[in-house]
Design a protein around this ligand. Structure first.
Ligand code: MN3
Length: 209
């Protein structure tokens, strides 16, 4: 039976200030994310599962609602932390930059489309930039703790960028102003990390598959 652990953040809780405040980061990581990890481990006690979380998510229709919610919660938060960074001012480069230009014309249009979809998503959930089976970049949102890896997801693919749209991700600093939080989010996106996720996603979806 797999046992999952809360990952350490590669930066301090105050590293993303003033865009994402230290108190929000600390509660989000040590309370919310930890809670998903604990509940996932508890849920998996009674379920047969592989040790790889992505393998569980890809067949999530075979699992309980508790595994879906908390496995998604653990994956989504780990992924979210991985694409944030205090090193501001960098833009997409390499293969990702080319793909963005081809599919969205430019980075500004991508940000605009993603922000609109994230702002208008109803209730809790996540917005995603992901690579579909045809190697195209797509934008979607998922409710609750679902994600595009899940076999129950309407739009499926390999995530390369995400934002947490739950109020606990922004309420302390931004209250009901989700769009202000999304605007600030772009200031702390680690495009180098997103580029690495993109390169990996292409390897998972070979051209002539
Ligand atoms: Mn969250």
């Amino acid at each position: 039976m797999p046992h999952f652990k809360l990952p350490k953040l590669p930066y301090t809780y105050d590293a993303l200030e003033p865009y994402i405040d230290a108190k929000t980061m600390e509660i989000h990581h040590t309370k919310h994310h930890q809670n998903y990890v604990d509940k996932l481990n508890k849920a998996l006690v009674t379920e047969k599962s592989p040790s790889n979380l992505e393998d569980i998510l890809k067949h999530i229709s075979r699992y309980s609602i508790a595994t879906r919610s908390n496995g998604g919660g653990h994956y989504n938060h780990s992924f979210f932390w991985s694409i944030l960074s205090p090193n501001k001012g960098k833009n997409p480069s390499g293969a990702l930059e080319k793909a963005i230009k081809k599919e969205f014309n430019n980075i500004a249009t991508l940000k605009e489309k993603f922000s609109l979809i994230a702002t208008t998503h109803f209730g809790s959930g996540w917005a995603w930039l992901y690579v579909d089976a045809q190697r195209h970049l797509q934008i979607s949102t998922t409710p609750n703790q679902d994600n595009p890896l899940m076999d129950i997801s309407i739009q499926q693919g390999t995530p390369i960028l995400t934002i947490d749209l739950w109020e606990h991700a922004y309420y302390l600093k931004y209250q009901n102003k989700r769009s202000a939080y999304i605007e600030a989010f772009w200031k702390v996106v680690d495009w180098e990390a997103v580029g690495k996720h993109y390169d990996k996603a292409l390897l998972l979806n070979p051209k002539n598959a």
